[in-house]
Design a protein around this ligand. Structure first.
Ligand SMILES: CC(C)(COP(=O)(O)OP(=O)(O)OC[C@H]1O[C@@H](n2cnc3c(N)ncnc32)[C@H](O)[C@@H]1OP(=O)(O)O)[C@@H](O)C(=O)NCCC(=O)NCCS
Length: 148
């Protein structure tokens, strides 16, 4: 199975929304992803080759002033721990360096051990905690990776 990484296209929106919902990150439906594609500051990437969802993984980040904000990164459950998130994180870091960003920031659920382990592996540090940030009452950790 090939795992080509490329920019998201409008025709990916249904598959990406389905993958997002399966991962419990159903903030955006397909229409929301299509709207996101029109924003000049948004970057959306997919990795092709998923068995269940037509895409194996995706990530969305924004470039705002001198910062990158990672909004979401999801890998299909049956393809985790095979380096797909690393490929997306590397692509985001390349983008961050190409625009000379100062830092990458993100919020993550305080109980999301897998995602926190991924970010720590990439040198992110916890800056603070946003109490009851999510609709279900879970706290968010605010994490940052300062680019040298
Ligand atoms: C978090 C997530 C994107 C990681 O994707 P992945 O493709 O499995 O991650 P990778 O295989 O690229 O792992 C890269 C590194 O992250 C860390 N990591 C990832 N998952 C981990 C886990 N379950 N436990 C511990 N460390 C983990 C490890 O350091 C790993 O390196 P290693 O495999 O060499 O040890 C994936 O678990 C996912 O989609 N989760 C659901 C959606 C989600 O919560 N997204 C984050 C929203 S903020």
């Amino acid at each position: 199975m090939s795992h080509a990484l490329r920019p998201m296209r409008a025709e990916d929106a249904e598959a990406v929304a389905a993958l997002s919902a399966d991962a419990g990150a159903a903030r955006w439906d397909a229409e929301a992803f299509r709207r996101e594609l029109l924003l000049p500051h948004a970057r959306l990437r997919v990795i092709e080759g998923g068995a269940s969802f037509a895409v194996a993984a995706f990530a969305v980040w924004w470039h705002v002033v001198d910062e990158i904000h990672l909004l979401n990164i999801v890998v299909a459950a049956d393809l985790r721990r095979s380096g797909l998130a690393r490929a997306l994180m590397d692509s985001m870091l390349d983008d961050a360096r190409s625009v000379a960003a100062r830092a990458i920031e993100l919020e993550v659920r305080a109980g999301n051990a897998s995602a926190i382990a991924l970010y720590v592996a990439y040198g992110f540090e916890t800056l603070g905690r946003r109490k009851r940030y999510y609709a279900d009452g879970e706290d968010a950790l605010l994490m940052e990776h300062v680019l040298k």
